[in-house]
Every structure is written in C-alpha cells, then in structure tokens.
Design a protein around this ligand. Structure first.
Ligand SMILES: C[S@@+](CC[C@H](N)C(=O)[O-])C[C@H]1O[C@@H](n2cnc3c(N)ncnc32)[C@H](O)[C@@H]1O
Length: 266
C-alpha cells in the first residue's frame, strides 16, 4: 500500500486557532497610548534596537516604511541612513512620542502616519524597505505579512517572538495556572514560505534581565498576567522573588526575538 502525501498545512488557520486557544484579544490603540508615556522606553529597549539595526540590510535603500513604529526607536536611527522614513502606528500616544523625538533630533525626513494594520494604506508610498518590529500580534497575521510585502519594493523585515517573556512559564508553574504561550516565529516563517518568499532567520540576543524589579512590582505583573492571587499565592510569588535574582522579571523586553528578512518583488 502506498503512503499518501500529507495534506498541506494551513498555517493561517492554525495561527488563528492558536490565538483563540490563548484567549487572545486584539489590543485597542489606547492600550499602547499609556505605554508610550513611559519615559524609560528608550533606555530599556536600547539593547534590542542595537541588535536589530546591526542586522538590518539598508544597502540600496532610499525609502523605508516602519509599521507599528512606536516612539521611533528604529525610525529615527534608520532616518539618519536613508532618504525618507514613513512611520506608521495606530496609537496616538506612540505617535506623539515619535513627534517629540523628531523635534528633539531635528529629523526632517520622517513622516508619521496614524494608521493601523487593517486600515487602507493607499496614501502611504511604497518604499524600498518595509519593517515591522515587535508589532505583529494581530488577528490576521497572513494578511499583515502580505500587506508589508506588497509595500516593499526590495526587502521586508520583521521580528517575532520565539518564546514567552522570561519568567512567565516559571510563574505559571509556581501558581499551577493553565497558561498557553502565544504563537511564535514558526508561524510567520511558514507563511512566508507559502507566499513563495525565502525568509532569512537570525536571532537577537536576549536582553539582560531587570533584576532591579522589586517584589511588589512582580506581584502586580503576576496579577496582570494571571488574574487575582489569594494570600497563599501571593506569598509564593514573594518567596520566589526572594529566592533568586535569576527568577525575577521586570519591564525590560526579556524574550528572544527572531529577526526575519526576505526579498520582495518589484
Ligand atoms: C512593542 S511596540 C514596538 C515599537 C517599535 N516597532 C519597536 O520595536 O520599538 C508595538 C507597536 O505596535 C503598534 N501596533 C500594535 N498593533 C497595531 C496595529 N494593529 N496597527 C498599527 N500599529 C500597531 C503599537 O501601537 C506599538 O507602538
């Protein structure tokens, strides 16, 4: 008896199923507004942007599109090396941060766009390069990848989490909570292959953990992640915090990111 060829995998459907299993709710733009106001955003994310920019191929790039640009951690340094950057974000707070940074640095070649992944990008010029850094936790990942690809004449580049934030699986174990990790970089890589692209994958080093996190901060973060804690659970989290700095996690982006870039077509 001959063995049948396996049926093709619908990565997009599996991604949507995975999001449902996690109880994923798309964040409204307002959820990002408050984060933009954190003055320490830049300092905390410096390791990440350095690692990202070291891998980004800007050869032959005159125009770049930065989708989900935030306060411009990448748009600003990229603008120093190319002719023009179009920086797109749906959060008014993030764009306010970007405008402040543009004024501070006197950058005259960045155009902010208040748009989301699902809006019409008709007015946004197609660029040589399009990037989406840490901004792809969207309900329809395949559509977003197609959109980014179509807006890039030469190359596109994304980062996507390879794993949950450091400390979260350990905390879930400690509390005996059910918890499903979010979809990881395997989904976009497979979707890009299905799109006929050749994704080149690299991995950014994990940032140093924020060992300055105090016990109260950890308890607050645990409640945000897993909901209310009873007295015994809170005591366990505090003990865990006291036991070893290795186990603490703070507000720094302590997760490993895959850096994925590919050539698009003219
Ligand atoms: C973690 S921040 C990353 C910012 C920047 N790209 C970086 O790597 O430093 C995610 C950004 O994506 C934006 N974002 C999230 N979902 C979006 C959507 N559906 N449309 C447009 N922007 C979105 C958020 O407002 C936020 O500025």
């Amino acid at each position: 008896m001959s063995t049948a060829v396996p049926t093709p995998i619908d990565h997009s459907a599996r991604y949507r199923q995975h999001l449902r299993a996690c109880g994923f709710q798309a964040k409204p733009a307002s959820a990002w507004d408050a984060r933009a106001a954190q003055s320490s955003w830049k300092r905390r994310h410096d390791d990440y942007s350095e690692a990202f920019l070291a891998r980004l191929d800007l050869s032959g790039v005159d125009t770049a599109l930065d989708v989900g640009c935030g306060p411009g951690l990448l748009s600003l340094p990229i603008a120093m090396r190319v002719g023009h950057v179009h920086a797109l974000d749906y959060s008014a707070g993030m764009l306010e941060g970007l405008r402040a940074a543009i004024n501070r640095d006197g950058a005259s070649n960045i155009t902010p766009w208040a748009l989301s992944w699902t809006d019409d990008w008709h007015d946004v010029p197609r660029c040589d390069l399009a990037i989406a850094s840490r901004s792809l936790m969207v309900p329809d990942l395949e559509a977003a990848l197609h959109k980014l690809d179509a807006h890039a004449r030469q190359r596109a580049c994304i980062t996507f989490a390879t794993s949950p934030r450091a400390g979260v699986p350990e905390l879930a174990d400690l509390l005996g909570r059910d918890w499903v990790p979010m979809p990881d970089h395997r989904y976009p890589i497979n979707m890009l292959l299905d799109m006929g692209r050749e994704p080149q994958v690299d991995y950014l080093p994990e940032s140093v953990r924020d060992v300055a996190q105090d016990a109260d901060g950890l308890v607050r973060q645990t409640v945000e992640l897993f909901g209310a804690l009873d007295v015994d659970e809170e005591a366990r989290v505090r003990e865990w915090h006291a036991r070893s700095p290795q186990h603490r996690f703070g507000t720094a982006p302590t997760r490993r990111w895959a850096f994925i870039q590919w050539a698009t077509s003219e």
